[in-house]
Design a protein around this ligand. Structure first.
Ligand code: AMP
Ligand code: ZN
Length: 494
């Protein structure tokens, strides 16, 4: 029996505005799509927070025994400045400024994205498709949408006809916006006069002569609209109707609203059962965002090299800090918040290590099975990581009481406590005891250098000065200096 057959998950569905029981379309399998980064700059901590929420969800679903196909794309074309239909492509703009190829920009920031996510101990998605790798699929989708009467061509560009769509469908079903209100709130056409209505959005844009990221199509040499790539890639790998679609709250409108419209217009059905939106990381009361300069880079957290923080923090402490907030809550990035999380993280890690030192007795003074159930209940309730962490701290308290002789645990319960703690701390929350990892690395280094110091002393005693000098000089080349004194030899590293 798989764990998912015992555990009932409830997920907050942005579409209904309610928590709903999660039942996958195909028993035992979950299809999940998450909008990936636009690779034109380094990911900031806000981006990381959204991807971390879905990494944790991916991990928990896998832990429950689901076979999860997790698709997270790379946006490497079509995302224009200001998320608009006119303007420069973000990647092409960066390439122009840096005087490199757009694909060099893409490569550089895709590598950065992967490195950062690895540092935070993310699992790779099952498939990571790129927008430029799916131009043909996007063109085919446009053809279907035109054929079904929901798009029109003007001067080589193709636009989605939002008004026509809204006659028979509900444009605004996800964002709860009304087309009438959108019309009311739109000012003029502002250079977008090819469109029938300002609410229409581009499916294909004819490339201006200076626009270098372009592909042939039945309508013009051009490029796809930003919303289209996610419809093409999600349905290609997960089918026309799949379980979960996620992304940051800021993508709900227009990006996800347009995805729903495109899918309904092309394939006659809504694509997704559960729409999940992660809330924003803010700093100084404002959304963390590249465009406003109000952001902090993950590497700045690891080095402490940023005026907003007083010291460096390990990736696991930063991860713990973010998971102490529920994914649907706004999280305020502060130095004090990180310091408090570091303390909590260390306390939790001490407890996890402490489990191995506990003495067992015949009876247990607290209900371990009940505690384990509370851990699952927390995650089953819309992936409530802060409640889960509160339960892990409760276990830490028991571990300390047992250590102090104020509580007891049986061998069987100790095994259960240990395996449950390990599951949630290491597999689901994906924390790593990096401090002790560093300690154990430096212990190994000291041991090795001490051994070389001993061999050097023996070489000297045997008057083998060639060897003793070789040891000293080669260590120095590696940045390890041997310091001889009357008391013996010590070493320092630089
Ligand atoms: P982008 O590369 O701009 O498309 O963003 C990648 C992902 O990061 C999207 O899912 C955004 O919703 C998300 N994101 C951007 N800014 C923040 C933030 N301040 N907090 C949380 N998520 C964010
Ligand atoms: Zn998307």
């Amino acid at each position: 029996m798989k764990l998912f057959q015992e555990q009932e998950i409830k997920i907050y569905n942005s579409l209904s505005g309610k928590k709903e029981t999660f039942t996958p379309i195909t028993e035992g399998y979950v299809g999940m799509y998450v909008c990936g980064p636009t690779v034109y700059s380094n990911v900031h901590l806000g981006n990381v927070r959204t991807f971390m929420s879905f990494d944790t969800i991916f991990r928990y679903l896998k832990h429950l025994g689901y076979k999860v196909r997790y698709v997270r794309n790379i946006t490497d074309a079509g995302h224009l400045e200001n998320d608009a239909d006119v303007g420069e492509d973000r990647i092409a703009k960066k390439a122009r400024i840096e005087e490199i190829e757009p694909m060099e920009v893409v490569q550089r920031y895709t590598v950065d994205f992967h490195n950062i996510l690895n540092t935070f101990n993310f699992l790779p998605p099952s498939i990571e498709p790129t927008a430029t790798g799916h131009i043909i699929e996007q063109i085919e989708l446009i053809k279907s949408i035109i054929k079904n009467g929901f798009a029109y061509e003007v001067n080589g560009s193709v636009y989605f006809d939002v008004h026509k769509f809204d006659e028979t469908n509900n444009y605004g079903v996800l964002s709860k916006r009304k087309l009438d209100d959108l019309i009311h709130n739109t000012r003029g056409l502002e250079g977008q006069s090819d469109k029938k209505n300002p609410q229409d959005f581009a499916l294909w844009k004819k490339a201006e002569p200076q626009h270098i990221m372009r592909w042939p199509s039945p309508w013009s040499d051009g490029f796809p609209g930003w919303h289209l790539e996610c419809t093409a890639m999600s349905t290609k790998y997960l089918g026309d109707h799949f379980d979960i679609h996620g992304g940051g709250m800021d993508l709900k409108f227009p990006h996800h609203e347009c995805e729903i419209a495109q899918n309904k217009a092309a394939k006659g059905q809504a694509p997704v059962n559960f729409w999940m939106h992660a809330n924003m990381l803010i700093m100084n009361g404002k959304k963390m965002a590249k465009s406003t300069g109000n952001f902090i880079l993950p590497t700045e957290i690891f080095t402490g090299n940023n005026p907003h923080i007083t010291k460096s923090f390990t990736p696991s402490v930063a991860r713990f800090f973010m998971l102490q907030a529920h994914y649907r809550s706004i999280l305020d990035f502060t130095n004090n918040g990180l310091l408090a999380s570091e303390k909590g993280f260390n306390r939790l890690m001490d407890a996890v290590k402490g489990i191995d030192t506990l003495q067992t007795t015949n009876s247990t003074s607290f209900n371990v099975l009940d505690w384990k159930k509370k851990c699952y209940d927390a995650m089953n309730d819309d992936f409530n990581t802060p409640i889960l962490i509160a339960n892990l701290f409760e276990a830490a308290k028991h571990v300390n009481q047992i250590k102090e002789g104020k509580a007891t645990i049986s061998a069987k319960d100790l095994e259960l406590l240990k395996s449950t703690m390990h599951t949630f701390v290491f597999d689901v929350l994906a924390l790593k005891d990096q401090a002790s990892e560093i300690d154990s690395k430096s212990n190994k280094l000291s041991g090795t250098v001490e051994l070389l110091i001993k061999l050097r002393q023996e070489a000297r005693a045997n008057k083998n000065f060639n060897l003793s000098d070789k040891i000293r000089d080669e260590l120095l080349e590696m940045g390890i200096q041997l310091n001889d004194s009357k008391e013996g030899t010590s070493f320092s590293t630089n």
